[in-house]
Write a protein that binds this ligand. Structure first.
Ligand SMILES: [Zn+2]
Ligand SMILES: [Zn+2]
Length: 269
């Protein structure tokens, strides 16, 4: 099983999860053209994408969804509530491209579980993507959660013990405080329905990382209120200063590039 980010941040988000030559795309917040370009940079064929799962209706998550679905003739998976608010932005779709899902479904041969995050959109979800159990193979899982103002109980429940995590480290509170944003926007970001601060995420990681966890990808970093260096050092410091520091030191923590794809990350069996 493998995964990576194709773009990450408020200018657009897209994550790939797959196994062998079957893939699903989580969000497409960049243009269809940029997405295809980014895919080709990591030598992944667009014909191997079997569907797009949408986490919420903000433009940095759906910008290229409609156009890409039409181009590749693949379905879009979203909840009824999200279909209601995003249908107009996606443009014309064939009936069989509009798949209304509840909390669990399968796509590209993988099991997908949606759970709510806390964000100022109509609805917003994190995902747990698992490879179905097979003979002699472990049940690998990739946990994804961006766009949440707080760490919810559902996030705790579903992100614990994932083999890989793609999780939001949106802002550094001091940078936000001293940064250019107007007060209302600062309040929105810090609020219950905004985004996660670096140290907030680190507190979550202390619980979520278990023995089997191999990789953590820090995602959706703010361009104005964070940097990869600040996020990494704040989070690694908290992991290092904890009681389980030795265990945490075995996990590879990285930052998802904003505009370009990260190379495909293959999970160890
Ligand atoms: Zn959002
Ligand atoms: Zn977002």
């Amino acid at each position: 099983m493998h995964f990576t980010t194709l773009a990450s941040g408020s200018s657009g988000n897209a994550i790939i999860v797959g196994e062998d030559n079957r893939h699903l795309l989580v969000d497409c917040g960049i243009s269809g053209k940029s997405l295809l370009h980014n895919l080709s940079q990591i030598n992944l064929s667009c014909s191997e994408i079997e569907g797009i799962v949408v986490t919420h209706e903000h433009v940095d998550h759906i910008r290229g969804v409609g156009i890409l679905a039409r181009k590749l003739q693949i379905p879009i998976y979203a909840t009824a509530g999200l279909w209601e608010v995003m249908s107009d932005s996606l443009g014309k779709l064939a009936e069989n491209q509009r798949i209304e899902v509840k909390e669990s479904f399968s796509c590209a041969g993988l099991d997908v579980l949606l759970y709510p995050t806390s964000h100022d959109s109509r609805e917003s979800y994190g995902l747990k993507v698992s490879r179905p159990k097979r003979q002699n193979k472990r049940n690998l899982t990739v946990g994804i959660a961006t766009d949440s103002g707080i760490i919810t109980e559902d996030m705790h429940r579903h992100l614990q013990g994932c083999d890989a995590l793609v999780v939001e480290a949106n802002y550094d509170d001091i940078s936000l405080q001293n940064g250019p944003y107007p007060a209302y926007l600062k309040r929105r970001i810090r609020g219950r329905y905004g985004h996660l601060e670096n140290k907030q995420l680190a507190e979550g990681l202390l619980e979520w990382i278990k023995e089997n966890t191999q990789r953590v990808m820090l995602a959706h970093l703010s361009k104005e209120n964070n940097t990869p260096e600040i996020a990494l050092s704040a989070i690694l410091r908290i992991l290092r200063d904890s009681k389980r520091s030795k265990e945490y030191s075995e996990v590879q923590v990285q930052v998802a590039p904003r505009y370009s794809p990260h190379e495909l990350i293959r999970l160890m069996e």
